[in-house]
Design a protein around this ligand. Sequence first.
Ligand SMILES: C[S@@+](CC[C@H](N)C(=O)[O-])C[C@H]1O[C@@H](n2cnc3c(N)ncnc32)[C@H](O)[C@@H]1O
Length: 283
Amino acid sequence: MQPEDLNNLVSRAARRLAEAGVDTPLLDARLLLQAVTGWSREEMILDPSRPIGDGQTRQFDALIARRVMREPVARILGEREFYGRSFRVTPDTLDPRPDTETLVGAALHLMPPRARLLDLGTGTGAVIITLLAERPDATGLGTDISAAALAVATANAERHAVADRLQLVQGSWFSPVRGRFDTILSNPPYIPSADIAGLSPDVRRFDPLAALDGGADGLEAYRRIAAAAKAHLAPEGHVLVEIGLGQGPDVSAVFVAAGFAAAGERSDLGGRLRCLMFREEKK
Ligand SMILES: C[S@@+](CC[C@H](N)C(=O)[O-])C[C@H]1O[C@@H](n2cnc3c(N)ncnc32)[C@H](O)[C@@H]1O
């Protein structure tokens, strides 16, 4: 039998992915073939009739079968690109989303020189590791309830050469935290518990529940964070949180009730309000 060429293989796989309800079938098929062959995107575009051997075709089909079950490409590859850097992702961590780059952009704008950062619910560490890599004079503390996620964050910190400026500790929100910080950040779980069953299979089946479930109204983590943040905020410091769709007014109300004043907001590239910033309300 003739080996299949690149174009046929990608088209056949993309059809399978489209039938399975994947939003970006062609892109995903190309990314998975790149992972198997090691070819660049440019090489694949310039030479679409390259033959592909049986072994690589079998490997590719196995990856496509995982994507058909709606496992996200980043999870299949174990790597996610975030703010221009690659982060290790495992079943124990949220797959960091491009929307969360909004939180990073906002923090870079507010961080003072030699900033002390605190990232609550750090997951892969994508947020705080990016900030430390962008600002070599900053230091940070990352927390998570999940020890397995912290092991992944440790590996990512080493990969991006910020491990000597980042401490990682396990515990619930502020419970393991001592001291004060210039910039407190969190992308907490914010999906109302009852909405989780209706999420896309890519999210529902593969992101850890602890990374998604924000309690009955989705606001539980914001309440916990707002209640204890003042005791850990340095003078002139800021608290920045990512929010879910339509949560702006409710999350603002939680922080205002805890004695904070609004200090700005940022939308993601799709124009949706994604990040709220607060400072301590002056008496
Ligand atoms: C939405 S994920 C965000 C992960 C990462 N910061 C990011 O943006 O990709 C929320 C994170 O909060 C952690 N988490 C959940 N409950 C927690 C708690 N009570 N205390 C600390 N972290 C918690 C989860 O394990 C998860 O890593």
